[in-house]
Design a protein around this ligand. Sequence first.
Ligand SMILES: [Zn+2]
Ligand SMILES: [Zn+2]
Length: 349
Amino acid sequence: MPSFTAASRDENSHIPRMDVDWLKVVPRGLYCVPGDFYVDPAGAVDRAVVTHGHGDHARPGHGSVLATAGTIAIMRQRLGTAAAASFQATAYGETIDIGGVAVTLVPAGHILGSAQIVLEHRGTRVVVSGDYKRRLDPTCAPFAPQSCDVFITEATFGLPVFRHPDDRGEIGRLLRSLALFPERCHLVGVYALGKCQRVLSLLRQQGYDEPVFLHGALMPLVRLYEELGVAFGPVPAAAGVAREALRGRIVLAPPSAASEPWVRRLPDPVVAMASGWMRVRQRAKQRGVELPLVISDHADWDELTATIAECAPGEVWVTHGAEDALLRHCALSGVAARALSLVGFEDEE
Ligand SMILES: [Zn+2]
Ligand SMILES: [Zn+2]
């Protein structure tokens, strides 16, 4: 099986490498040898440490899962009894020894329960950041930067062209559109886990206290967040509400709903979508989005590069995404970097 060293890129080969032979890339993803566990494996394994509840990280069928209580609650709700045979919840900052590897979960600021996995073994400290962002999000604990020897990062928005604007400004555009078209419904496409709850919180932060109507598919995770202590104000179901009563209202729905018959119940909807990809005009156009809102739960270029500078690792390993520009950035900064090219991770939004 190939070790990380084998996956290195020539471009960075002049920079000395750290020997971390206890962590490997295998077909199912990142495998910690002495601990005999995987981090966010791409398929069912005996022992998994899971960074967060999104489907490409939290897959069903594991023997045991170590994660935060928030992630476990999300996995249980989304995957039911298929989630795992057993769970072990760990609090942020608590260290657990697994086969001589000290494992600590710290906040990643991505969605509720999301964690970076800090692994320490034989004096080397490796951080698997999972998905993360640096902007404040009232629905989850903020990213806690860790100094480390190896920083393992995603690069979903790893191009200098991706600079997410201020999320409050984007919500402000939604509210201005609502004021401009009081006779129209505003349908906002949001992913059910994370984005939906973040948009609700941002609306409340900006003083919008009217009911925000929800597509039925969004309801279970909104209720779960509420049970876990995140308040959203009035969030009734859109189902059963008279068409006329939805004029001048905001309705949140999964992104796919805008192209389903479901949308016909809405009065003259302005179709909006909240996603980091809305920066790409073509994507917005393809999806028929009239009001693109650039709101992402992933780090943009500036956040990625600032985080690498802050964590000051000896090496950066890039799991997936637009890795080339980030590798180049690291090389220019004198930091060794390699692409792991892990499979099974999605663009997510
Ligand atoms: Zn995610
Ligand atoms: Zn992801």
